[in-house]
Design a protein around this ligand. Sequence first.
Ligand code: PLP
Length: 393
Amino acid sequence: MKINENYKTLETSYLFSQIRTRREAYEAAHPDQKVLSLGIGDVTLPLAKPVVDAFARAVEEMGQASTFRGYGPEQGYDFLREKIQAYYQRFGVELPLDAIFVSDGAKSDIGNLLDLFDTDNTVLIPDPVYPVYRDTNQMAGRSILYMAACLENQFLPMPDPGQRADIIYLCSPNNPTGAVYSREQLQKWVDYAREQDAVILFDAAYESFVQDPSLPHSIYEIPGAKECAIEVCSLSKTAGFTGTRCGYTVVPSELVRGGLSLQAMWLRRQTTKFNGVSYPVQRAAAAVFTPEGMEACRQAVRQYQSNALLMHQALESMGIWHTGGTNSPYLWMRCPEGKSSWEFFQFLLEQAQVVGTPGSGFGQNGEGFFRLTAFGTPEDTAEAMERIRKALG
Ligand code: PLP
């Protein structure tokens, strides 16, 4: 038998385990000190009340013969897809229901979408990057080209017309850098993808953090995007669904490659390999999009946004170069005094008892940078920034 040898090429992900090990070693040696974390990429606030109520009602329904539900539609119940459709209308984007596929989260879809593409395609991925884009392609043995996200381009790489590409990953607002593409920049990507006959996989997991009305929430706000882009989105950060699991992917009918409709292919793929998201989770997700649900979820996002603003202002006042923080829960800062990412990690841990994420863990171009997240409590966030200020003197 032959196994998938491509797994041998994957790097073992040491990043978060190494962070944990270093933090635990420090805490064991200094039991009297309280370490604060600005490192986690997970939400901390609970599900909103209207969401929990809908979730509980649906669980009750499952326990009654008259309201019990078995297998649901693989692409999601219409009651949820209609809500998602209406949500997109707020950005001026019209989507037929057939284009919307409900999933158990963005990560699964990001990996599963690759079923639609031959392994012979060339993939364009930013560096630094959410590691899932890289690893899922490496597992399939695709050749990957990296585009440098760096100071010179404000961590927003743009297309190089001389570069061939078939599958292009864009994430905006970005994890880890918090950088957000403008409409004009996304238009250049859409034009490039159409010229190349490429497909953009657009990760909008952090769209609900966009506050600036001039910035796009969805790639479909850009003319021509329906002919070249698939959009993956998630309720994880919008509504605290990291543990509840629900997201959605949009595959427009206009997207045709090699004579085949990618929407028809994705439907075929999902109906073959996926049996849908559980009914109570879809009811909970639908409650996110009701007026009360939206308001309650927005309140949580506002708390994270206000943490991010405080962090942004603190870094600004310290004169530290950074991106993100205004339309994103992530801040990406340059390590002071030319320190490497891990040197700065250790410095902050020892001098400020604050934990963040070394940028080098997200790719070569992350070296010398550091990611802070706004998902903590307002009190811890304020104290952590004050400690950083003191440590940097
Ligand atoms: N995309 C990006 C850029 C992320 O940072 C994350 C989670 O951290 C995901 C997707 C995964 O989202 P989900 O929880 O919906 O699987």
